[in-house]
Design a protein around this ligand. Structure first.
Ligand code: HEC
Length: 158
């Protein structure tokens, strides 16, 4: 029987090339694609809606230039934010839900997209990596979205 080994070889080949399930947010997370979720509220340009959705601009880059501000940004996406904030001189008192579907690599990718393509004014932007997001999350497990809002002013947001 010569066909059996061939069939077995074909089966093995199919096993090798068959697509495998990809985890929800693979390491090569696409920040530009993920930003579509943010754009639903903050708008595609990140200018936001005064009084409702804050801009992702100078305040973002100022926060991203400081260790505690970077922790805050990681927590905003991971835990959500709810409460009074003043961003670029305008008051907000809204609710941003936590984007719990994003893993650390996804949060890093979307923050990097914002820091390089959306928020283009302010201090130089240093990219996030997944390890930094993991550390921020670990340090903030007990924080609520309301606690995250209170962090804003203390880490130099405004
Ligand atoms: C459902 C609407 C909604 C979505 C989706 C959303 N946000 Fe928000 N975001 C808000 C609101 C509302 C606030 C202000 C909350 C408040 O007033 O406490 C906010 C605040 C923020 C802040 C704080 C701004 C500052 O200068 O301190 C950042 C950063 C932010 N969002 C980033 C993101 C990113 C990145 C995404 C996508 C991964 C995202 N948001 C998705 C509604 C949203």
């Amino acid at each position: 029987m010569r066909t059996l080994p061939i069939a077995a070889a074909l089966a093995a080949l199919v096993f090798v090339v068959a697509p495998r399930p990809v985890p929800a947010a693979a390491p090569a997370a696409d920040g530009a694609a993920l930003f579509a979720r943010c754009a639903a509220c903050h708008t595609a340009t990140g200018k936001g809606v005064p009084g409702a959705y804050p801009p992702l601009g100078t305040d973002f880059r100022k926060l991203a230039a400081k260790p505690q501000g970077r922790r805050y940004l990681a927590l905003v996406v991971s835990k959500g934010v709810m409460g009074a904030l003043t961003v670029e001189g305008k008051p907000y008192r809204g609710v941003m839900p936590a984007l719990t579907a994003l893993d650390a690599a996804g949060v890093a990718a979307v923050l990097n997209h914002v820091g390089t393509r959306i928020a283009t004014s302010g201090p130089a932007f240093k990219p996030f990596n997944a390890a930094e997001i993991e550390a921020a999350r670990a340090s903030g497990v007990s924080l609520t979205a309301a606690d995250v809002a209170k962090l804003h002013a203390t880490v130099g947001g405004g």
